[in-house]
Every structure is written in structure tokens, then in C-alpha cells.
Write a protein that binds this ligand. Structure first.
Ligand SMILES: [Zn+2]
Length: 222
């Protein structure tokens, strides 16, 4: 919001410069011609300061549409927390959280940026970038109605390949990312135990109790 306010200030500078060229400013008899380098500078500054906020809004809108699809049509709205939002978020230690009653998904800083990085180079994503994909799928499963963390996480694990494809990732890379999360990151939760362990179930495996037998499951063999 601060960036947007600064952007509006520069827009106002641009407006003042243009209007002075049409209507004579106070104390002048004639309109004052536009000083083009100044106008260009304030317009560039206005655009530069508006860009981070506008880009975040666009990305949130896009992620909201995708999360709704991942949540089987349950309306989701994604908010990417700024650093300030995160500092005042009571759940700031969680990478994200969701409320199934409102469909609101909150993603903490810097996880939206990680997801954006994942989408810009999914084929060479690192473990955290792949985890950001799972974060979106996981929160979407909450919006879909599941609140038990181990069930939610297992539903996400099975849908990560689908989610990546929805986000425009090619079939084989989507599958590779999803399998990496399941085989490496997810299995590590069992070893760590504690809070991480509460997101894990040994029944989350092909043919076991939590397998939903989705046709496009992360672990489906075709
Ligand atoms: Zn959760």
C-alpha cells in the first residue's frame, strides 16, 4: 500500500504538469508547455512503484482461480501476505493457512514469490519452490473441506501433479515435481516427527488407506 501511495504521488505530479499545459497555472497568463523529460521521469516512477502491488494483485487473482479448480470448485481467494501482513499474522510461523468457511487462503512471505519462481522454471525448481506448489494444493484441500492435517497433506500429495499442470507446467515436469515432493519432502516429515510428523501418514501411499485412486494421481502409473 505504501508503494501504491508513492506511485499515486508521482501520478499526481504528472497530472499537474499536463494540466499546467492546458490551463495557465496560478500566477501565469499563459499555459506552461509540458517539460517532457520531467513528465517521462514521473510516469516511469509512478509505474515502477505501482508494479509490485499490481503484480501481486494479478498473481493473487490468478492463484484464486487455480485454487478454486484444485479445490473441486469450492470458491477460494488467495492472499499473498506482504512482510507487514506476515508480521501481524497470528499464524506467522505457518507458511500458509486457510479457512474452509470463507475459502480464504493466506500465503506468508516469501512463499508466493517461491511459487512464482517455481512457475518461471519448474524444470529446475529447488526443493522449497516445489514445496510452494504443495502449499497451494494443501491450502486448497482445506478450502475443499478437510481440516485434519495428515489427511489434507495426503490429498495434496496426490493432487500436486494435477495442480502443476493446471498452472501450466508440462506433463512430465509436473509429475516429476509432485513425485519429488512425495518421495523426498513428504517422507522426511515422518523422520522429523513432532509438528512435521502430524502432517504425515504411513497410509498415504499407493494402494493404502488414504489412496484416493485418482486417475491423474501423482503416483498413478499410466
Ligand atoms: Zn494445513
Amino acid at each position: 500500500m505504501l508503494w501504491l501511495a508513492i506511485s499515486l504521488f508521482f501520478l499526481w505530479c504528472a497530472y499537474r504538469e499536463v494540466s499546467a499545459a492546458i490551463v495557465p497555472p496560478a500566477g501565469y497568463d499563459l499555459p506552461r508547455p509540458v517539460y517532457k523529460p520531467y513528465l517521462a521521469l514521473v510516469l516511469v516512477l509512478a509505474a515502477g512503484f505501482a508494479w509490485p502491488t499490481l503484480h501481486r494483485w494479478y498473481f493473487e487473482h490468478y492463484l484464486s482461480r487455480m485454487a478454486t479448480l484444485i479445490a473441486d470448485g469450492h470458491q477460494a481467494s488467495v492472499h499473498c501476505n506482504t512482510l507487514l501482513d506476515t508480521m501481524f499474522d497470528p499464524a506467522m510461523l505457518a507458511a500458509g493457512h486457510a479457512d474452509p468457511r470463507t475459502g480464504k487462503i493466506v500465503i506468508q512471505k516469501p512463499w508466493c514469490a517461491r511459487l512464482s519462481s517455481y512457475l518461471s522454471h519448474p524444470g529446475r525448481a529447488d526443493e522449497e519452490e516445489i514445496a510452494s506448489l504443495n502449499l497451494l494444493t494443501h491450502e486448497s484441500m482445506h478450502v475443499r473441506g478437510e481440516m485434519n492435517e495428515a489427511f489434507t497433506e495426503c490429498q495434496a500429495v496426490q493432487r500436486n501433479a494435477r495442480a502443476a499442470r493446471l498452472l501450466g507446467v508440462s506433463d512430465d515436469v509436473a509429475r516429476r515435481s509432485a513425485l519429488y515432493y512425495y518421495e523426498v519432502t513428504y517422507q522426511r516429515r515422518a523422520e522429523i516427527g513432532g509438528l512435521a510428523g502430524s502432517y504425515y501418514s504411513s497410509e498415504c501411499a499407493p494402494g493404502k488407506a488414504l489412496d484416493e485412486h485418482l486417475a491423474d494421481s501423482t503416483w498413478a502409473t499410466d
